[in-house]
Design a protein around this ligand. Structure first.
Ligand code: CTP
Ligand code: MG
Length: 410
């Protein structure tokens, strides 16, 4: 049941601690958001969430091995998948697998039983806390090496905590300065923790962390500073912390011919001019380029697909209205537009005097501050179709931030 990796001499002499990684819970409090899939299997950085904890162990260079505790259901499939990751990433330590139990502590005991007997210290960690640091492991292990038998990370509590009864009536207000909110990984003398788990393995002794069992067994438990970032993914709001900000961009270019029936409109602003536009819609070349850039940014094709000129509904359609629809798609795609830079290319009319107003109008239409919108105008020095006064063109580039929503691991 392992990745075939033999313990090194260093590990074999017992001085490298192991991690028991708990990934056997059902994630019931998040079931509605994950479609019932346990939260430790949500996709994060291309792997199931639990793998992030294995990565931190590797990066720390501190651990001698990991026991991954997986749910009974789909145990073989999940084990095979984890072994695949271990192979791909050339995991530098053994990875063993245990079948989890009904309660968290049953899963811990199953994992602890697999830690080799020569190992003196273990860290027990919830896979639902993917953001713990190697520094935290170092601090815990340091205290264990100094002789502690149980060390846990804790944070001072910010809220006043009340003890209440079943009806919600306050029974007591403990002194806040003496309270700590505790986290995992929690570090232990392996043998003593195993003994405590075995000795106190009754229904009455159902606990939510391992330190509780060490306390009940009469051992001294010390607290080191926990980490604010080390949150446990528990409720829907916590899922936000898994969403990664991904920068994205879109670019486009559009051309309109002079000589039609539409008055010249650029960025939603009417430009007094002797030049008119031949176009199916209102012929706002700047907004057309901008809309295509926005669609490019969210991978949604182009305005030709979205608003076909074969459809009479778009005959003379206001580009401002079409832009509103495109911006709705940007929002639906979970992308926040952050910047737009546009260039209008025309020999005539001269546009210098209108750039400021076009910029203000675009900023209002896009819901951006003016410092995040830029409008440039240039000529092509009398060359090409703009130089020959046959038409006008525009380029647009946009930037945004996409929030990667946590998908499910396959
Ligand atoms: N865990 C476990 N075995 C169990 C119960 C929990 O390995 N029988 C693990 C979870 O996978 C999680 C950690 O213990 O990594 C902390 O538990 P918790 O946050 O309560 O997770 P769940 O029990 O899965 O969630 P819930 O309580 O909402 O069902
Ligand atoms: Mg639970």
């Amino acid at each position: 049941m392992d990745n075939g990796r033999k313990p090194s001499a260093h590990e074999a002499c017992g001085d490298a601690p192991w991690l028991v990684l708990l990934a056997a819970g059902k994630g019931t409090r998040l079931a509605a958001q994950t479609g019932g899939r346990p939260k430790q299997f949500l996709r994060y950085r291309g792997r199931p969430l639990y793998w992030q904890s294995v990565c931190t162990c590797v990066a720390s260079g501190l651990m001698g091995g990991v026991v991954l505790v997986l749910p009974m259901d789909e145990f073989e499939e999940n084990r095979a998948r984890a072994l695949e990751f271990a192979r791909e990433e050339k995991l530098p330590f053994p990875l063993l697998f245990a079948r989890g139990g009904a309660r968290r502590q049953d899963s811990v005991l199953a994992g602890l039983r697999l830690v080799p007997e020569h190992v003196s210290h273990v860290l027990v960690h919830d896979a639902a806390r993917p953001f713990f640091s190697a520094d935290l492991c170092r601090a815990l292990l340091q205290r264990l090496r100094e002789g502690a038998c149980a060390v846990i990370p804790g944070l001072a509590v910010k809220d006043t905590i009340k003890q209440v009864d079943g009806e919600g009536t306050v029974l007591a207000t403990p002194d806040r300065s003496a309270l700590r909110a505790v986290q995992t990984p929690q570090g232990f003398d392996r043998r003593l923790l195993l003994e405590a788990h075995k000795a106190l393995n009754t229904e009455a002794n159902t606990v939510t962390d391992d330190a509780s069992l060490m306390e009940a067994a009469g051992h001294r438990v010390s607290v080191v500073d926990g980490e604010e970032a080390n949150l446990k993914i528990t409720t829907a709001a916590d899922l936000q912390s898994l969403a990664q900000a991904v920068p994205c961009t879109g670019f486009s270019y559009d051309v309109h011919r002079y000589g039609g029936t539409r008055p010249l409109v650029l960025g939603g602003l009417a430009i007094p001019s002797e030049y008119t536009i031949a176009a199916h819609s209102d012929g706002d070349v700047l907004l057309h380029a901008l809309m295509d850039a926005l669609l490019g940014m969210i991978g949604k094709g182009d305005i030709g697909e979205l608003f076909p000129d074969s459809d009479p509904a778009f005959d003379g359609a206001s580009s401002v209205g079409l832009l509103a629809r495109v911006l709705e798609l940007v929002r639906e795609a979970g992308v926040t537009l952050t910047h737009a830079d546009v260039t209008i290319i025309a020999q005539k009319p001269r546009l210098g005097a209108y750039k400021k107003d076009i910029r203000a109008n675009l900023a209002a239409l896009l819901g951006l501050g003016e410092s995040h919108v830029n409008v440039k105008a240039t000529t092509e020095e009398g060359l090409g179709f703009t130089g020959e006064l046959l038409g006008i063109k525009a380029c647009a580039i946009v930037a945004g931030i996409a929030k990667g929503t946590p998908g499910r691991a396959e």
